[in-house]
Ligand binder design. Structure first.
Ligand code: SAH
Length: 215
């Protein structure tokens, strides 16, 4: 790794800590996953700057701080099976794969799903499975999931996803209007139903129904 890249990566880790990420396993996972392989080649030099970046199909790879924050809020353990809705680049899935037993991630764009699948395989993240399809329905055949993370903003909480959350399970999702004020929510399934906690204001691309049509 060139000297300036290792400086950038040190600053990257420092920024995450300064912004309040303290879970050691999450920090280790963020340190391990090479973000430069998940951004477009023209942005590779800036892969360790704490910002979202455009990827194919008009989508974005999330800001690293948010990836770390959502991962920390999920409290993933080594025996967990995790569902991610919104594969995008596959970066969030790669981070989760360092913490969980298994990650199932769903993407509605074939181009993105195929690119992420190839990338994750090449990088050796063998416990991630990328599925092409509408994540609003989750993946009933693999349910229940210990943890569910949604990385696109829904206007209402998708009932199929809460139905696939295991007892004691946690789901983190952005909720709010497209392009408007959204908040990150944490839902926990208890014996009495779902508890709901508001986390921080966020801005995500929209969660859209159906598999995407591509030209
Ligand atoms: N987690 C990604 C960020 C993805 S941006 C990363 O780490 O790079 C959100 C993604 O959600 C986009 O790729 C978008 O196509 C996808 N998406 C939106 N609605 C969806 C749906 N209903 N099912 C599956 N994927 C969806």
């Amino acid at each position: 790794m060139p000297a300036d890249e290792s400086v950038q990566r040190m600053e990257f880790m420092l920024t995450l800590r300064q912004r309040g990420i303290s879970d050691k396993a999450v920090l280790r996972a963020m340190d391990e996953v090479p973000r430069e392989h998940f951004v477009e080649a023209r942005f590779a030099d800036n892969a360790y700057i704490d910002q979202a970046m455009p990827i194919a199909c008009g989508q974005t790879i999330s800001q690293p701080y948010l990836v770390a924050y959502m991962t920390e809020q999920l409290a993933v353990r080594a025996n967990h099976r995790v569902l991610e809705v919104g594969t995008g680049s596959g970066y969030q899935a790669a981070v989760l794969s360092r913490l969980a037993r298994e990650v199932v991630t769903m993407e509605r764009y074939r181009t993105l799903a195929n690119a992420a699948r190839t990338r994750l395989k090449t990088l050796g993240y063998a416990n991630v499975e990328v599925l092409l399809g509408d994540g609003l329905g989750g993946e009933p055949l693999r349910a229940p999931f210990d943890r569910i993370i949604v990385t696109a903003a829904a206007e209402t909480i998708p009932p199929a996803l809460t139905a696939q959350l295991a007892e004691g399970g946690i789901m983190v999702l952005p909720l709010g209007p497209h392009g408007g004020a959204q908040e990150l929510l944490k839902l926990t399934r208890t014996g009495q139903g779902l508890t709901r906690e508001s986390l921080i204001p966020v801005r995500f691309v929209p969660l859209l129904p159906g598999q995407a049509r591509e030209l």
